[in-house]
Design a protein around this ligand. Structure first.
Ligand code: AMP
Ligand code: ZN
Length: 114
């Protein structure tokens, strides 16, 4: 999608601190890190929100979590633990309308979220 920030990161048009990329997903550090380790896992395919997911996207979502697992291990936060979050629409706190899995670690997380 031409006016989507994360599609532009996928294509390389906008630079990012890329940790991993393949045909299905990109992983890059969040520009406004909320934890010592904070990265985003996004699909190459433009999907605006969780509400737009189709049954055919089930494998892609699984791949996003398996990629989060791999990169979390590479970043050294697997054993201490981490939080995954995918926000949806205004009340969920979504600001970029291309789905992304936040992975945050390197400090204890509180619950519930504010
Ligand atoms: P959300 O509020 O869940 O939609 O999350 C969007 C996230 O994207 C925020 O945590 C932002 O800090 C992050 N973000 C926005 N622009 C960029 C960028 N150019 N590179 C990396 N992360 C970004
Ligand atoms: Zn997009």
């Amino acid at each position: 999608m031409s006016d989507c920030l994360f599609c532009k990161i996928n294509s390389g048009e906008i630079p990012a601190d890329i940790l991993y990329q393949d045909d299905d997903v990109s992983v890059f550090r969040d520009i406004s890190a909320q934890a010592p380790c904070h990265f985003l896992v996004i699909p190459k395919k433009h999907i605006a929100t969780i509400n737009h997911l189709q049954p055919a996207d089930a494998g892609l979502l699984g791949k996003m979590y398996l990629t989060a697992q791999d990169v979390a291990r590479q970043q050294g936060i697997s054993e201490s633990g981490f939080r995954t979050v995918m926000n949806c629409n205004d009340d969920g706190g979504q600001t970029v309308y291309h789905i992304h899995l936040h992975v945050l670690g390197g400090r204890p997380m509180s619950w519930p979220p504010g």
